[in-house]
Design a protein around this ligand. Structure first.
Ligand code: PBG
Length: 333
């Protein structure tokens, strides 16, 4: 039987016959507008410290971060997620709410220099504590949920004071969104939005980030506060709780090993802008394989990012944002 005798709904190859038809028929597209570009910022000037496990990514002083932001804006990316790495860490992470620290200064420079830019800040203690955990410790060296909440709230308010339009708590403390919402409102920052790292898993894919932020826990791990890989229903409950506490936007993190969680989140909370974090390990493993000549960098990256969008993410936080946007714009095939 010839394929032309088949009814249309059984004929797929005509829809794949050339780039134009494939593009017309695409169910999901990347257009560059979904990307958020993460940056690691440090104090000082003229500092650009490459992160060995993340090719092309560096810790940047404020001036260097501005240059990087300009590059991103030139290709059309105007949303940034900032992580601050202080020169000195202590037990409570007190640099987290200092107006003189890198995140606060970068945000304020960004808002002055680039009015079209959107500054999102990561709100967590692990980059600032000398023990590397995401909160304050009890005498028994456990992470103290309730004692951590006011610290996160202070950090969030200081980011908002500097001009952050969105704060993103990632410590996975219960009640962190509510504590931050109340503190922001009390400080007159009603317009500042909260992006909850709602479903954040205890993942091995954060390894390279911890090199970058020097935030590997000095003892134990994060499993008493981040979610277990086995949990999907619990992820939905976490998201529901974040929304009830006042989160404007929600997140699933990491992305690739949790595409099913992204799909469920989008189905269950369709009106909430959903972010997926294509994390450091997802970035580094593709680079490592590409550098060995085992896979093609560009095609693999675009396939992965498109799969995250197809799964249901509205927004993708990715270290590939700049490269991917260039590839998408230079090549519509
Ligand atoms: C801070 C934080 C982490 C990441 C984002 N925010 C590290 C962690 O939880 O250990 C990871 C991001 C990445 O791997 O790219 N808590």
């Amino acid at each position: 039987m010839s394929s032309s005798a088949l009814p249309d709904f059984q004929r797929f190859r005509p829809l794949r016959s050339n780039a134009e038809v494939r593009s017309q028929n695409a169910e999901t597209r990347l257009d560059g507008s979904e990307f958020v570009y993460p940056m690691f910022v440090i104090n000082g000037e003229n500092r650009r410290e490459p992160v060995p496990s993340m090719p092309g990514i560096a810790r940047l002083s404020v001036d260097e971060a501005m240059a990087e932001a300009e590059t991103a804006l030139t290709v059309g990316i105007n949303r940034f997620l900032f992580f601050g790495i202080p020169d000195e860490k202590d037990a409570t992470g007190s640099k987290a709410w200092s107006p003189e620290e890198a995140v606060q200064r970068t945000v304020s420079e960004l808002r002055k220099g680039f009015p079209e830019a959107l500054a999102i800040t990561d709100v967590c203690m692990c980059e600032y504590t000398d023990h590397g955990h995401c909160g304050k410790l009890t005498e028994n060296s456990e992470v103290d949920n309730d004692a951590t909440l006011p610290l996160l709230a202070s950090a969030a308010v200081s980011h908002a004071d500097a001009g952050a339009q969105v704060v993103a708590p990632s410590a996975m403390m219960d009640g962190q969104v509510a504590a931050i919402r109340t503190a922001l409102d009390d400080a007159g920052h009603r317009d500042v939005k909260i992006l909850g790292y709602s479903a954040k898993y205890a993942s091995a894919f954060y390894g390279p980030f911890r090199d970058a932020a020097d935030s590997t826990p000095s003892f134990g791990d994060r499993r008493s506060y981040q979610m277990a890989t086995s949990q999907r229903v619990e992820a939905m409950n976490e998201i529901e709780a974040d929304i009830a506490e006042g989160a404007d936007y929600i997140m699933v993190k990491p992305a690739l090993a949790y595409l099913d969680v992204i799909t469920h989140a989008k189905a269950q909370f369709p009106e909430r802008p959903l972010y997926a974090y294509n994390v450091s390990g997802e970035f580094s493993m593709i680079h490592a394989a590409a550098e060995n000549g085992w896979i093609d960098l560009k095609n693999t990256v675009l396939e992965v990012l498109l799969s995250i969008k197809r799964a249901g993410a509205d927004n993708i936080i990715s270290y590939f944002s700049i490269d991917a946007t260039r590839w998408i714009k230079g090549d519509s095939q």
